[in-house]
Design a binder for this molecule. Structure first.
Ligand code: CP3
Length: 339
């Protein structure tokens, strides 16, 4: 197996850093769009044949050093009995958002092996298709980010309703966060058992919180998840906009931390204590630059982060309108990197 990714997670020295892209299984790929034309979003997630096929598509085309299972962070609230729709050209929509203590009390912690059995089947099928070529990453949303959708009911620039709920009903908010945490721990453990080699937690909306509120509403739950998982598989925590929490996150037991493009390599190394593996952080919009410029930026990024304890990635998910040749330039620049 190409073990660059797992070596980087262990902090071992590598000939070049590994590379993959958040949201690499997605809409910038014509072969993804062909499947999307025929099946709605959750059908793609729930059909192991489709989910595994979509997962390996970017690997076949570009040869990244890790695959990430095609799914969504919102399968967790769905399994907890909350209706989640994916509306074309709109995004996630939850018709009955959580707004009261009673709403939270009515939420169940499901048996993930029955409710999310389709994910475990997709993992098994993906591993067969990958045939040991590259490791497979499983993922989940951090509890705070999941709460954002459960309460807001849809995407938002401010997640004002989610924050209002936390600040006016803190007890209920913590009860909800704990239920999401318990479900997520069971879910990620099941994924590891099904064969994923690593797990990434996406705290996409962590940066909505002040450092003090992050320490109350996000960090303790991330810590619980990492501690429950760290001895079973390496965990990556990507907390977007959370440079202020890199120190605390580096002490959770995570094997690596994701960094977005607003934090320089030198600051990220300093804030995270200089030991832990870092992952990131090219501005996804920079993939619109000409291929030559992308190659230069990749080389600069590797020099700044260092070749070891580093996983090349974007600072957030790839945008749907990025040209394929620019993706090739990004991946190949890493593969051709020599000290
Ligand atoms: O990284 C990968 O390639 C694996 C697949 C993956 C998807 N969603 C597929 C998807 C992953 C890792 C996610 C995680 C996810 N989902 C996050 C965290 C990462 C991030 O981007 O912050 C979040 C916040 C969600 C919730 C979500 N799902 C939103 C906000 C949307 C709509 C907006 C958008 O970016 O498209 C989705 C839909 C979604 N999830 C799509 C894909 C490929 C696009 C819709 C479609 O394919 O029809």
């Amino acid at each position: 197996m190409n073990d660059l990714f797992l070596k980087a997670l262990k902090g071992e020295s590598v000939s070049r850093p590994p590379v993959w892209m958040m949201r690499q299984a997605g809409r910038y790929l014509p072969e993804f769009m062909a499947i999307r034309d025929n099946y709605d979003f959750f059908t793609r997630c729930q059909t192991p044949e489709l989910a595994s096929e979509i997962t390996v598509q970017p690997i076949r085309r570009f040869g990244m050093d890790a695959a990430i299972l095609f799914s969504d962070i919102l399968v967790i609230p769905q399994a907890m009995g909350i209706e989640v729709q994916m509306k074309p050209d709109f995004g996630p929509y939850l018709p009955n958002p959580i707004r009261s203590t009673t709403d939270v009390e009515n939420i169940k912690v499901p048996d993930v092996n029955t409710e999310l059995d389709y994910v475990m089947k997709a993992i098994e099928m993906t591993l067969e298709k990958l045939d040991g070529e590259v490791p497979l990453i499983g993922f989940a949303g951090a509890p705070w980010t999941i709460l954002c959708y459960c309460v807001q009911g849809q995407g938002s620039k401010s997640f004002d309703q989610a924050k209002t709920f936390c600040f006016t009903h803190p007890k209920a908010a913590h009860m909800l966060l704990q239920k999401i945490t318990d479900t997520t721990i069971a879910y990620l453990k099941a994924k590891v058992k099904a064969g994923v080699h690593s797990a990434q937690l996406f705290d996409s909306w962590g940066g909505m919180l002040s450092p003090v509120d992050y320490a109350e509403f996000s960090l303790p739950y991330i810590r619980q998840i990492v501690q429950a998982l760290q001895h079973e598989a390496p965990v990556i925590v990507f907390a977007k906009g959370c440079w202020f929490a890199l120190k605390e996150l580096s002490q959770t037991g995570a094997s690596a931390l994701g960094v977005d493009w607003t934090c320089s390599a030198i600051n990220a190394r300093y804030l995270s204590g200089g030991q832990i593996t870092l992952q990131g952080n090219l501005d996804p919009a920079r993939l619109f630059s000409p291929p030559e410029k992308i190659r230069d930026m990749v080389n600069t990024m590797i020099r700044e982060f260092g070749k070891d304890r580093y996983i090349v990635n974007l600072g957030h998910g790839i945008l749907p309108t990025i040209p394929l040749e620019n993706v090739s330039a990004f991946i190949n620049a890493v593969k051709e990197y020599r000290e």
